[in-house]
Design a protein around this ligand. Structure first.
Ligand SMILES: Nc1ncnc2c1ncn2[C@@H]1O[C@H](COP(=O)(O)OP(=O)(O)OP(=O)(O)O)[C@@H](O)[C@H]1O
Length: 261
């Protein structure tokens, strides 16, 4: 039986500072994410969203502070154990677009297969479920280079779903998509979080959409990085200071930004 992750903190950060040897990018980052929640990380260009996501995936070390997965420090996990806990969806072009959609999605099972990568019946079933969940069954044989940006994005998410981790991290999953496909992907992420009790976290520039669709938001702002439900952040006036107010202002009533003319 699967553990009910919705009742406890699955992923948390305490006074986290992130960045690079000569470049402290952000500090004072605090959050606690439960299972079954969709969370957006937002903030202006270069504020550190991708750096934070990479730090959460243990692809780079924190400068200070801590990250815990299931209340254990991230750095106590072996890479193998971590790949069964956290999956990461990057927007970078695939190394091999020669793979078919089904082959790409099956790669999600790698953490569980033996050294020659033989798929078991369970691996095949998880791959099929992921293909079906993302509406990819009919194009399973298509090569990845034949896909539209939206289809490729869905295939990358399906690979993460096949990996069947409690935590899914996605770096800008809606870039290059039109409004309809942006909403489609975000709604899909929300239903994955709510229906499978996974903790889903993504970076985005779609602040208004995130306000409407996410359970929680982390706003990287270079100072105190407010975290909470979108309505709480609106009440705190957290969105008002994101952009210089001679350019764009935030309307808390509608949860939208207005261009100053
Ligand atoms: N490998 C690296 N080495 C040193 N500095 C880096 C490296 N990668 C990114 N940075 C710097 O870290 C800062 C944060 O970059 P990051 O990509 O995390 O921001 P972001 O919020 O995701 O930006 P965007 O919205 O433009 O994608 C930037 O100043 C960037 O130049």
């Amino acid at each position: 039986m699967k553990e009910d992750t919705s009742r406890h903190t699955v992923l948390s950060a305490t006074d986290l500072a992130i960045g690079y040897k000569k470049n402290k990018v952000a500090r004072h980052i605090n959050f606690a994410l439960n299972g079954g929640e969709l969370t957006a990380i937002v903030g202006i260009n270069g504020i550190g969203k991708s750096t934070l996501l990479r730090t959460m995936a243990h692809m780079q070390p924190p400068l200070s502070g801590s990250i815990e997965v299931d209340r254990k420090p991230l750095d106590t996990y072996t890479p193998q154990k971590l790949s069964s806990k956290i999956s990461m969806v990057l927007t970078e072009p695939l190394a091999s677009k020669n793979l078919s959609v089904a082959e790409l999605v099956a790669l999600g099972r790698q953490p569980y297969t033996n050294w020659i990568g033989t798929l078991t019946e369970d691996d095949r079933q998880k791959t099929e479920e992921a293909l079906a969940a993302l509406g990819l069954a009919s194009i399973r044989k298509k090569k990845c280079y034949e896909l539209s940006d939206g289809q490729l994005q869905r295939a990358m998410i399906a690979r993460a779903l096949a990996q069947d981790t409690a935590i899914i991290l996605l770096d800008e999953p809606t870039t290059h998509l039109d409004l309809y496909h942006k909403v489609q992907i975000l709604k899909l992420l929300k239903s994955i979080a709510h229906e499978t009790q996974k903790t889903v976290v993504f970076t985005t520039h779609e602040i208004e959409m995130a306000i409407q669709l996410c359970d929680k938001m982390l706003l990287l702002n270079g100072t105190d990085n407010p975290f909470g439900q979108p309505c709480q952040l609106i009440e705190q006036g957290a969105f008002e200071a994101i952009f210089p107010d001679d350019t764009v202002t935030f309307d808390g009533e509608t949860g939208t930004f207005r261009i100053k003319k």
